[in-house]
Design a protein around this ligand. Structure first.
Ligand code: PLP
Length: 389
């Protein structure tokens, strides 16, 4: 999407895995709750009740889209809080002594689990994966077999390299060992269908700003029957699971954004997958020795919104993102080490990627066009100069 505002020059925006632009239809749904409907949903008077009804409708919408019950949906401040709630809540309420994750998870999962391990509350185990990031499910089973009831957190799609994990199969393994299974679905919510009746997950997570909703609002699905204690205590909002006056316009926007995303999913998927394929073909044609991290290049094994490009060593590697920014291309990146201007990526490091190669992540949305792909590839090819040998 070419962004243009009176104060900002036009950018070609390919950082949709970081956040997506707000859909105008979503803004329209939110506006009445910013302008007119200001009642506190906990108040018993008319203005309060009206806002309470909007929250409950939003909950019903999200539940319906996931084939869940409304009581299984709790609104949060985003994906990070939802992941923290699942990890801290499960381990502490259920007294779990073991947790399993992988080194490729988002920090919103890794850091709470590491904090629990550091405090001696759980023993943390990591599922092995190969150099492309494919999880070793045999190893998961081995880990589960030797332990008491365990908390398992394995994501649906990786935010950096786009790898998709088979959460249905993982759920079956977890169920066999009575494990509590949490999946970070932040990057796939609104981009793939999730039917909780087809999955064995205890938790799924959504964050509105990843599917053209507002920032600072998300939700957690918790399978009925599993009760874990709150992360945030206070006025007993959200069925006493998540206290704090609700982010009403955010919640309304989240539900609208998810409704639109699911409604238009097939068309958007086809459009964005087409852009990704075009990116891969053009990059291969324009840049020698271009590679793709993880399973990013495979349409059936990776998120269609994410392309993780690995570029051979170059004098400008360290300044690649900065130079793309000067060319008005917004993308993100990382490398397998922390030296230089680019922040290190724990995911690329875990994959054993060559630290001398630069990585650029282009992440696309329904708002991008083929012309923007061509522009970004041309900008990268122009910048990119391999080291002469
Ligand atoms: N999990 C994954 C996989 C993500 O990509 C992100 C955001 O980048 C998060 C969790 C955190 O979500 P939020 O920004 O809503 O806190």
């Amino acid at each position: 999407m070419a962004l243009s505002t009176p104060s900002a020059p036009a950018y070609v925006y390919f950082d949709n895995a970081a956040t997506t632009p707000l859909d105008p239809e979503v803004l329209e749904a939110m506006l009445p709750f910013l302008q007119n409907h200001y009642g506190n949903p906990s108040s018993l008077h008319g203005p309060g009740r009206q806002v309470r009804a909007a929250i409950e409708n939003a909950r019903k919408t999200v539940a319906h889209l996931l084939n869940a019950a409304p009581a299984e949906i709790i609104f949060t401040s985003g994906g990070t809080e939802a992941d923290n709630y699942a990890a801290f809540g499960s381990v502490r309420t259920l007294g779990l002594k073991h947790a399993i994750t992988s080194k490729l998870e988002h920090h919103a999962v890794l850091h709470p689990l590491e904090a629990l391990a550091k405090r001696g509350e759980v023993e943390l185990h990591y599922v092995k994966h190969d150099e492309q990031g494919t999880l070793d499910l045999g190893h998961l089973e081995e880990l589960l077999a030797g332990q008491s009831r365990t908390f398992v957190s394995l994501m649906h799609a990786n935010n950096e390299i786009g790898n998709l994990n088979d959460i249905k199969a993982i759920g079956v393994i977890c169920a066999r060992y009575d494990a509590v299974f949490h999946t970070d679905t932040v990057q796939t919510m609104g981009h793939y269908r999730h039917d909780v009746q087809q999955l064995k997950n205890h938790f799924l997570v959504g964050s509105a700003h990843k599917f053209h909703g507002p920032k600072g609002v998300g939700f957690i699905y918790t399978r009925s029957g599993l009760q874990v204690s709150p992360l945030i205590h206070g006025g007993a909002q959200e069925r006493n699971v998540r206290s704090g006056t609700e982010n009403v316009y955010g919640i309304v926007g989240l539900a609208k954004a998810l409704e639109i995303a699911v409604r238009d999913l097939a068309a958007h998927q086809a459009h964005v997958q087409g852009l990704k394929t075009r990116f891969i073909e053009k990059l291969r044609a324009e840049i020698d020795d271009v590679q793709f991290n993880g399973l990013s290049e495979y349409a059936d094994k990776s998120l269609y919104t994410v392309l993780s490009v690995s570029l051979p060593p170059s004098a400008i590697s360290e300044m690649l993102l900065f130079n793309l920014d000067i060319s008005k291309v917004a993308a993100s990146g990382g490398s397998a080490c922390t030296s230089g201007a680019q922040a290190g990526s724990h995911v690329l490091e875990a994959l054993g990627c060559d630290p001398d190669r630069a990585t650029v992540r282009f992440s696309m949305s329904k708002m991008n066009t083929a012309a923007e792909v061509d522009y970004a590839v041309a900008a990268l090819a122009k910048l990119y100069r391999p080291v002469a040998v």
